[in-house]
Design a protein around this ligand. Structure first.
Ligand code: NAI
Length: 251
């Protein structure tokens, strides 16, 4: 029998990346509503301050400005969080960017940038978090993949590759860490209404709508609820899964 432990959800400590706005901010709110202590990580310091003012709850919510693709910086945030709170139970690797173009037009720089911010960051954070979680014999890592990473999407070769990589990372970590009580799952959102999708033109949005069986865009809270489930003890026997939250696009 594997020796694993569990801790009540309201005693958990969580890190959420890309949490200054959009889906990440909604995830931070959802985890706070479960009584978790949340450290919000983002590149944008001003936006983090705004988020902190909006959410209140300074006893449970704090922020750390950091580029998650910077190995030293992000590892330090994970290590400092575990030291400050004495534990780390949840890591949500949510920060992500797009630099869309047709494959023959993607520059080396835009390839590297998207792969580093979206995928390498999840590896950096998970490596640091897993050390703490394995010692604790419990923890949950949730990675933000995408429908594009499952199905591919014209104009998004770099983004889709990063999100497909996220799924491989998720499944491998699940198999490596399961017997130490550490779970690893991914969410694959479809089209969610955030600043990231607001920049799409009307034609792209109409195209998206054609693909969505439920005929509406998802909301950040739809993703946050799914992350809340995977972060909580309610999903204690679930690991290595990719949960699509996409209005029925991927079946
Ligand atoms: P968003 O652009 O609204 O928010 C992303 C956040 O990540 C921003 O606050 C940004 O400052 C932060 N960020 C970017 N680069 C960073 C870095 N190097 N270090 C730290 N923070 C950084 O995006 P949204 O829509 O909330 O997306 C969140 C996640 O969900 C992303 O991983 C995205 O790929 C994924 N996703 C979103 C979909 C959508 O339809 N909005 C669909 C599928 C996946």
């Amino acid at each position: 029998m594997a020796k694993t432990k569990s801790v009540p959800d309201n005693e958990k400590v969580a890190i959420v990346t890309g949490a200054a706005r959009g889906i990440g901010l909604a995830i931070a709110e959802e985890l706070l509503s479960k009584g978790m202590t949340v450290v919000a990580v983002d590149l944008k310091e001003d936006a983090l301050t705004e988020a902190a003012n909006k959410l209140g709850n300074p006893e449970k919510f704090s922020t750390a400005a950091c580029d998650v693709s910077d190995s030293e910086g992000f590892t330090a945030v994970v290590d400092d969080t575990a030291e400050k709170f004495g534990r780390l139970d949840v890591l949500v690797n949510n920060a992500g960017i797009t630099r869309d173009n047709l494959v023959m037009l993607i520059s080396d720089e835009d390839w590297d940038l998207v792969l580093n911010v979206n995928l390498k960051s999840a590896f950096i954070g998970s490596r640091a978090a897993a050390k703490v979680m394995m010692r604790q014999r419990c923890g949950s890592i949730v990675n933000m993949a995408s429908y594009s990473g499952i199905e591919g999407n014209p104009g998004q070769a770099n983004y889709a590759a990063s999100k497909a990589g996220m799924i491989g990372l998720t499944k491998t970590m699940a198999k490596e860490l399961a017997k130490r009580g550490v779970r690893s799952n991914a969410i694959a959102p479809g089209f969610i209404q955030t600043d990231m999708t607001d920049i799409l033109g009307d034609a792209a949005k109409e195209m998206a709508m054609v693909q969505i069986p439920m005929k509406k865009l998802g909301q950040p809270s739809d993703i946050a609820k799914a992350v809340g489930f995977l972060a909580s003890n309610d999903s204690g026997y679930i690991t290595g899964q990719v949960l699509s939250v996409d209005g029925g696009m991927h079946t």
